[in-house]
Ligand binder design. Structure first.
Ligand code: PA5
Length: 409
């Protein structure tokens, strides 16, 4: 769990109450069950014991039979799982399996190096794609499926796990025809809101984490952040502070910064969640990330004295009694950074984790998914679509067709 603190210039704080009615309305719209693509809101409360056991048992079988696991996906269909696994990495996991990611880039060098790494390992792939048609994922799936066929012959299908739409799509059809093991993603849950479903839970379980605890953390967050009243709900308060930062203080950039390297992919997940949800209709706060103390010796200069168009959301872990001297020093630096920013009138939100574990991950993931959706509704944009992404995709299709016509080989 974490505590949420904020330090905004004093004259802006009385503005919070001005957002009360607007926030209540946004929260009611989100939770009113009429809004499409909100299945993730209650999913952690509704996921069955059977589903959780099936994921855990499948993961145990994957770990028993393989040396390596390759997670294939992009965007919301991959970064949440990676965020979870890397955040928990220091925590007690009994991985017993090498973990790789593929399909989130189109580098030939990256994928052939991965193929080479796998040459003497028994491996399984897990393909995650809601639509089943994403180009990067489809191309990478074909690449590793060929390798599995060469390696395991007719038994190749035993090494393929698929998470995709519960009914539709090419991937769903292929999985059923070829007999891959599948997990269904609800129609009503989009990629970037899917980390607390089998999309994030299966890879987390393969990595050795207790998904029941992740879900317990998310369930606690459903209760903790269920109120429509701004004063009782930190999740709504954070969404409103983002609005105040942008609308009243002209802060158009949010810097997510962390003092632990294991937060690196978590910050990438936040960027993906907020960027793809909020950046539309010529609106939105641009999310970016920094890792401290590394970036204090680079961007630290800019943040203190450069163009002040940003606010900062800081992630830190409270040092325990008898903490490692590095952790004690890290906490001193965190406090010093907060003081320096405050002296400079930079608005800051702080998420102070007591501990990093599965429960805390589930809790935090739910908090940010909900805060993001509310923030979008306050901005007046749909949190759940991504029409801008289609623009470059259409051009990719056109260019690929042109290439095929000119060189059919
Ligand atoms: O968050 C999103 O909706 C997107 O980032 C998708 O997850 C991403 O485009 C991959 O889509 P799909 O799961 O259909 O392959």
């Amino acid at each position: 769990m974490f505590s949420f603190q904020y330090n905004f210039p004093p004259d802006t704080l009385n503005l919070i109450d001005h957002y009360e009615a607007q926030t209540r309305a946004a929260h009611q719209t989100l939770t009113g069950e009429k809004m499409p693509m909100t299945g993730w809101l209650q999913h952690p409360a509704r996921i069955s014991e059977e589903e959780l056991s099936r994921i855990t048992e499948t993961a145990a079988q994957i770990r028993d039979k393989n040396d390596a696991f390759v997670l294939i996906g992009i965007g919301g269909s991959y970064i949440g799982a990676r965020a979870c696994i890397e955040l928990l990495d220091n925590h007690n996991a009994n991985k017993n399996i090498d973990f790789y990611y593929a399909g989130f880039n189109l580098s030939g060098a990256y994928h052939s190096a991965l193929k080479e790494t796998l040459h003497d390992k028994d491996f399984t792939i897990c393909v995650v794609s809601k639509s089943g048609t994403t180009m990067e994922t489809a191309m990478t799936f074909t690449y590793f499926k060929t390798l599995l066929k060469e390696r395991y012959g007719a038994r190749y299908a035993e090494h393929i796990y698929v998470v995709t739409d519960e009914m539709d799509g090419l991937l769903r059809r292929e999985a059923e025809e070829e007999g891959y093991t599948t997990f269904a993603l609800d129609k009503n849950i989009g990629g970037r809101y899917s980390v607390l479903t089998s999309v994030g839970l299966l890879p987390a379980a393969v990595a050795g984490y207790d998904i029941n605890k992740i879900i317990a953390g998310a369930q606690a967050a459903i209760d903790a952040f269920g109120s429509s009243s701004l004063n009782d709900n930190d999740c709504l308060k954070y969404a409103v502070l983002r609005r105040i930062a942008e609308e009243r203080l002209e802060k158009h950039i949010e810097i997510f910064s962390a003092f632990e390297p294991r937060f690196s992919s978590f910050l990438e997940w936040l960027k993906q969640l907020f960027g793809e949800s909020e950046g539309k209709d010529q609106k939105g706060i641009y999310p970016t990330s920094l890792l401290y103390t590394r970036d204090l010796h680079a961007m630290g200069q800019f943040l203190q004295q450069g163009r002040p168009g940003f606010f900062e959301s800081i992630f830190s872990v409270r040092p325990k009694d008898h903490a490692h001297p590095f952790d004690i020093q890290n906490d001193i630096v965190c406090r010093a950074v907060k003081k320096a920013r405050a002296d400079n009138s930079t608005p800051i939100c702080t998420f102070y984790f007591d501990e990093i574990n599965e429960y805390a991950f589930g809790y935090a993931a739910y908090f940010f998914e909900k805060a993001c959706a509310v923030s979008c509704l306050l901005t007046g944009v749909n949190p759940f679509d991504q029409p801008g992404v289609e623009v470059y995709k259409a051009e990719v299709k056109r260019l690929s067709k042109e290439l095929l016509q000119n060189d059919p080989s």
